[in-house]
Ligand binder design. Structure first.
Ligand code: SF4
Length: 270
């Protein structure tokens, strides 16, 4: 099991660093420096039953600018001055990062100031739109959520905005896979609600052909109880039968990190 060890190395910068946090010891990404495009309260198109950020503050599919690109740029420059040995920069934070209408602009800005690879964690709800696909085409790794193999389970687990449907999500991921040259990972959160549906999810994954499937269960503080090691092992074996490359949260290694700001990191990764 992953153990997160933080030591706060924040300097006296008041609120200046708030859009950049971590590094986070990620079981999928190594030492990941986070960029939060939402940044204040949680804003998401889903309200997942296991969400570590708590109950929804705002559920929306309307894209808008939450934080100025220049603010993110100066926060990142400050962070890169002090954090060393980071493996990747990841767009993730207080909600769904593709809701940020300046996502593409921010990606281009980050490219100008850092050679680190970029990743994004998305809940896949806006992947069917061309603007989001075009933005995500510019990062090396897209980690796209797929927890449900049908509409009923999507409603039960992810509790999406009323305009979002399972078929729209599936179409978005499939279409994006065809257009995208980078590494596509599917992230699947398994709980009691969907553990009996691993076979259907493995079939869908085999059709989508991601580079990897991340088999997860809520080990961090969450309203939903995690599955046991043996339950996750059984699920992983189902995916192995389909010859899918998998990683499970229980297989990950311990990583030590020193964060820029422990409080801000913990707010996004409790
Ligand atoms: S998609 Fe992520 S941020 Fe949004 S509700 Fe689900 S777990 Fe929370």
């Amino acid at each position: 099991m992953e153990v997160e060890v933080f030591r706060d190395v924040r300097r006296d910068k008041g609120d200046r660093m708030k859009t950049v946090y971590g590094p986070v010891p990620s079981w999928r990404l190594g030492k990941s420096l986070g960029i939060d495009l939402i940044s204040s309260e949680k804003v998401c198109s889903f309200d997942c039953i296991y969400c570590q950020l708590g109950e929804k503050d705002e559920k929306t599919v309307k894209r808008r600018k939450f934080v100025e690109t220049q603010k993110i740029k100066s926060d990142l420059l400050d962070a890169l001055d002090v954090v060393k040995n980071v493996d990747i920069i990841t767009f993730s934070g207080m909600g769904e990062p593709t809701l940020a209408s300046n996502l593409k602009e921010v990606i281009e800005t980050v490219r100008e100031i850092s050679d680190l690879p970029l990743a994004i964690l998305t809940n896949s709800s806006l992947l069917h739109t061309r603007d989001v696909q075009n933005a995500l085409n510019r990062v090396e790794k897209v980690i796209a959520k797929l927890d449900a193999p049908n509409e009923d389970l999507l409603q039960q687990i992810n509790r999406p905005h009323p305009t979002i449907s399972f078929l729209q999500i599936l179409k978005g991921i499939t279409e994006f896979r065809r257009r995208y040259d980078g590494e596509l990972e599917l992230q699947m959160m398994f709980t009691d609600e969907n553990k009996q549906h691993a076979r259907e999810l493995a079939r869908l994954a085999a059709k989508i052909k991601p580079e990897r499937v991340d088999i997860n269960t809520p080990l961090r503080p969450s309203p939903t109880k995690p599955l046991s090691k043996s339950e996750i092992k059984e699920i992983t074996e189902i995916f192995d039968e389909k010859r899918l490359n998998t990683i499970s949260v229980y297989e990950s290694n311990k990583i030590k990190v020193e964060t820029i700001d422990y409080k801000e990191t913990k707010r996004r990764r409790p």
